[in-house]
Design a binder for this molecule. Sequence first.
Ligand code: SAM
Length: 335
Amino acid sequence: MLNQAQAEQFQIEYLQPVEKREDAKSSWGQDIKEGLSQSPKTIPPKYFYDDQGSQLFEQICELPEYYPTRTEASILRKYAEEIVEITGICELVELGSGSSTKTRLLLDAYHQPNEVFKYMPIDVSAGILKESAIQLKQDYNSLEIKGLVGTYEQALTQLKPSAWPARMIFFLGSSIGNFSEAGYDNFLNKIAQVLENGDYFLLGIDLQKPKSTLEPAYNDSQGITAAFNLNMLTHLNNKFGGNFDVNNFKHQAIYNEERKQIEMYLLSEREQKISLEKLDLKVKLNKGEKILTEMSRKFNIEETRDKLESKKLKTIKVFTDENKWFALMLCQFSK
Ligand SMILES: C[S@@+](CC[C@H](N)C(=O)[O-])C[C@H]1O[C@@H](n2cnc3c(N)ncnc32)[C@H](O)[C@@H]1O
């Protein structure tokens, strides 16, 4: 239990729905209507994350085949102190924080006894956000936590200016790889709009590597990634009054070498009619038809550096592991 003083430094806020026209397409439900009406059909990856999906993702992070989490954690373990030396104490804002497990490596480095510091985790999955915020508050008593429940788009348009001398937004787990090329560009524009001169951006990217390492990471032998992918349909059934039968779908993940991305699909094993009542949506799926549920693009450090630079995000330092499987790019915004 949190005591009175701790509870005062702990808040959870639900972000407002996106109303601006340019973002409305990605608002809840509308993106499903669009994605399931196009060819090939798509469902945005944010729908993986109901409470069950968040728990399954935690299990994925522990899988022997899933190298990204432990590789990124090893980089943070080695370089978190150096990151703090560069940025100094600043307000920490994390996009897609999930369980904040890896974040603890950064919090350990930023934590100074008896000095208040601030962390804003942001996630669409309210359950895991609240659970992890409570745990963090118990473990770091000088940490002021303000959790925001909502999407990246909501957060980046509704984030208030920081009262701290500097802010660092960080985005771990190579979740940036889930955006299309246009979505990636748009996301970085929003990051640049929200940062003030001198603020920092720390970005985790999964680097290009052979298919023989990549494909097993998304096709684990215990079938946890398959359960995670299929759970998206259960989430849609619950959220939108749908009638997906998960037994009629199969998980598939392949590496598209030309596009340098893992593509994760749900394959319809028979012809079927789906309805999502709350969205007033009816969809027909053919036998063998695939729904794209996630792209996970794999990056190259130099290209990413150039891209960040084009958004006035100057790379100060790149931290990587000995295999060069994953990188953390620390950037500073300068107008
Ligand atoms: C792949 S997990 C990564 C979790 C953690 N950052 C890590 O590196 O292990 C993605 C996290 O982002 C959240 N998420 C996914 N799409 C989101 C969106 N559009 N807006 C906000 N959060 C999102 C999920 O709920 C999940 O916790």
